[in-house]
Design a protein around this ligand. Structure first.
Ligand SMILES: *Cc1c(COP(=O)(O)O)cnc(C)c1O
Length: 366
């Protein structure tokens, strides 16, 4: 085994599944443009690799959160639109415009500052405008939107008006409709701009939510955007690591910190070099499952910083050896299952996946 991947976690990203998921969403949102949200390093999977793959699949618009993410992405993505969700951080306007990024303006002050920069450069710089329809996080309030100054708007090149859903994954939540209606009643000055409302789950709320552009993130990466129904997406991520050591239990005892897992004499415990410092959440201890030698086994005891322990007592003796690979995220709903075990959501599982993991980009297979 090579030193660079010996004895550590391996995060495999299936680029074919990623492309297929992009196409699946494009089909679901037929008639609308489908962008790719690649903030937080492409939800932990590697923004550069993910964006390049999506670009090849036909994606022409990308969203990041921070201007720094946009500048980094621009280096590898010359011919695509890159939107910066967090808008115009004071003092970064010039860097943002120089990199050809498109800020999502979230406040009248940002619009004014961008209009001023546009006038200074004698160039109508492109921007999106975000309206707050209920998230209460970023975006123009209804009154602020109503007061948008046409002169400021004319000074820039507004290419998109957008808003963000609060509970898109809860399909029956009446707030979805409320937000859609608020968004549809945007002020006249914004009425003719291309519009965008849906995230991953929003796409599955139906054509009324698609508008001109959809902004999926998590579904591209295989997380179920319709939690009340079977996952329409293909799994993209596999997390695995080789067994470091196997403990044959001679005397009944416990496993790991604080002895939270009992193991009888004759039991067997496999130790795997991956822990919460790698993003394998500590709350998964005694909850999550792993796959080893084709069998599903429990994570035994607490998750340590750099190690977890699996109870392989149910497997035939000698079926697992040091060096055997254990899968920690696997199967068609792997990310969602680990998230459920850890008491969180797939988004957090993905975005915590740490820098110590070796990232492998595969073209087929699991
Ligand atoms: C993160 C984000 C998205 C993508 O959301 P998913 O639920 O991952 O599809 C879309 N729009 C905005 C404003 C976001 O912050």
């Amino acid at each position: 085994m090579r030193v660079d991947t010996a004895a550590r976690g391996i995060l495999s990203v299936n680029l074919d599944a990623l492309s297929n998921n992009y196409r699946r969403l494009a089909q679901e949102a037929a008639g609308s443009e489908v962008a790719g949200v690649v903030k937080a390093n492409g939800y932990g999977l590697g923004a550069r690799e993910v964006a390049a793959c999506l670009r090849t699949a036909g994606c022409r618009s990308f969203f990041v959160a921070h201007v720094q993410e946009g500048i980094a992405l621009r280096e590898s993505l010359e011919d695509a639109r890159i939107f910066v969700l967090h808008g115009l951080a004071e003092g970064t306007e010039k860097n943002l415009a120089d990199a050809g990024l498109i800020p999502v303006l979230n406040h009248p002050d940002e619009l004014r500052r961008y209009a001023t920069l546009s006038l200074t450069r004698d160039q109508r710089l492109p921007a999106a405008l975000q309206l707050d329809t209920g998230m209460c996080r970023l975006g123009f309030s209804q009154n602020e939107a109503a007061a948008i100054d046409r002169q400021d708007l004319d000074a820039i090149n507004p290419v998109l008006v957008m808003s963000h859903l609060v509970s898109a994954e809860v399909s029956r939540d009446p707030f979805n409709m409320k937000q859609r209606d608020r968004f549809s009643r945007r002020p006249d000055v914004l009425a003719n701009l291309p519009a965008s409302l849906a995230n991953s789950s929003g796409i599955f709320l139906g054509p009324d939510f698609h508008f001109d552009l959809c902004r999926p993130g998590v579904a591209l990466y295989g997380v179920n955007p319709t939690p009340e129904q079977p996952n329409p997406m293909q799994p993209v991520v596999t997390l695995s690591a080789p067994v470091l050591q196997i403990h044959e239990i001679e005397e009944a005892g416990t496993v790991g910190y604080n002895g939270t897992y009992d193991v009888p004499a004759g039991g067997r415990i496999a130790t795997v070099p991956l822990g919460y410092a790698d993003g394998y959440l500590r709350s998964s201890g005694n909850q999550a499952r792993a796959r080893i030698a084709g069998e599903i086994v429990p994570v035994a005891g607490r998750v340590s910083m750099d190690l977890i322990t699996l109870d392989i007592s149910s497997l035939p003796p000698n079926s697992v050896q040091p060096g055997c690979m254990a899968d920690l995220i696997f199967g068609s709903d792997g990310v969602d299952q680990l998230a459920k075990a850890a008491g969180t959501i797939g988004y957090e599982v993905l975005t915590r996946l740490g820098t110590r993991l070796a990232r492998r980009y595969t073209r087929s297979g699991p």
